[in-house]
Design a protein around this ligand. Structure first.
Ligand code: MN
Length: 355
């Protein structure tokens, strides 16, 4: 029997930071990531899709989104969708009467509907905010002859792992943490557990590949496979510009670092290291080049001015005066002097200052 373990889909995520148009596109891509999972499940003849909470990004969901989801689920009647509430979403969104009759394969977990049997595979799911650890354990009563799956939503510290030891759990399907546990963790002599992670990353705090797990159950044997499913990947690339004193050299260093990244991806280049006073970075051109290459790009300049490269101490000019005023101020620390000089000299050169 095949089961899909997913969760934290966060449909209708705001996708901040990409601009209005791309945020909208990415919202649709999150939905499509979920639909792609369903098509995969259908192609693999999976019997169940476990949604371990945070199906939606918030407790209010647009009717349009709900209709799309309900319609897609209805198109796959051979797959049962077991949906457990997370901390972000509220499964009562499906009670909207404008949705009409819900597909019979959509099973919303609640205190009356938390146990599902497929021959020798037994699945239970509970909302941890609605019962104590003791109540959870007393509700388990799994039979050791079955292959038993428990689905919960919460941070690892909120899951009463110690109380679940020896309760005949073969697999504990978790939701809440957005990073997949590619390698399942050991629960006890028999069982393992793990988080599925998100289906499609939603920000620079969700770097790298994302997907879901295919569980293939054969009596008491579990084969658990991570299936990458994300359409785009977020990358943060640090580029040390120390010693690179012009735009061409900096751009070349960036090009080398981003060469292997797919043009469909989302890239943040962070300039680090120290630069000489005379360095011309031309951040506008750097950004424009990256934007031409990638779906979305941004540049953060965290490089610092090496003020030892300043050689106009003796110059009779505004910048010479400013430099000496700051440099010889006994009230300022070396670090403060460095920052004030960096910003002040930039201002004198009429550059944009980002603080
Ligand atoms: Mn979540």
């Amino acid at each position: 029997m095949k089961i899909i373990h997913t969760g934290d889909i966060h449909l209708e995520s705001k996708m901040h930071g990409l601009g209005t148009e791309k945020a909208k596109e990415r919202q649709a891509e999150v939905r499509d990531a979920f639909f792609r999972l369903i098509d995969y499940a259908e192609a693999k003849s999976a019997r169940v899709i476990l949604i371990a909470g945070d199906f939606f990004d918030s407790k209010k969901v647009k009717l349009k989104t709900l209709k799309e989801v309900v319609s897609k689920i209805g198109l796959h009647p051979s797959i049962d969708f077991l949906y457990l509430n997370g901390n972000h979403d509220d499964s009562s969104v499906f009670s909207n009467e404008k949705l009409g009759e819900l597909p019979s394969n959509l099973h919303i977990i609640n205190s009356d509907n938390n146990s599902f049997r497929y021959d020798k595979v037994h699945i239970k799911a509970f909302d941890l905010t609605k019962l104590t650890s003791e109540e959870l354990v007393s509700n388990l009563n799994f039979n050791p002859d079955d292959f038993n799956i428990l689905m919960l939503h919460g941070m690892e510290c909120e899951i009463p792992l110690a109380s679940l030891v020896g309760k005949h759990i073969d697999y504990l399907a978790l939701g809440d943490i957005h990073i997949p546990d590619i390698k399942a963790k050991k629960l006890d002599a028999k069982g393992v557990y793990g988080y599925s992670g998100v289906l499609e990353p939603r920000g620079f705090d969700e770097l790298g590949e994302r997907g879901f797990f295919l569980l293939e159950i054969n009596k008491h044997e579990l084969k658990r496979t991570f299936v990458p499913n994300n359409n785009r990947t977020y990358h943060i690339v640090n580029v040390d510009i120390s010693g690179l004193d012009n735009y061409t050299l900096i751009q070349d260093a960036i090009n080398k670092k981003v060469a292997s990244i797919s043009t469909d991806d989302i890239v943040r280049v962070v300039l680090i290291g120290s630069y000489n006073y005379d360095t011309i970075k031309d951040l506008d051109s750097i950004l424009a080049n990256l934007e031409r290459k990638f779906y979305y790009a941004e540049v953060l300049d965290k490089s610092t001015l090496d003020y030892k490269t300043i050689d106009f101490e003796k110059e009779i000019s505004l910048r010479g005066e400013f430099y000496n005023l700051v440099k010889n101020n006994p009230k300022l620390s070396e670090e403060e002097k460095e920052k004030i000089l960096e910003y002040g000299l930039k201002a004198l050169r009429e550059e944009v200052i980002e603080i």
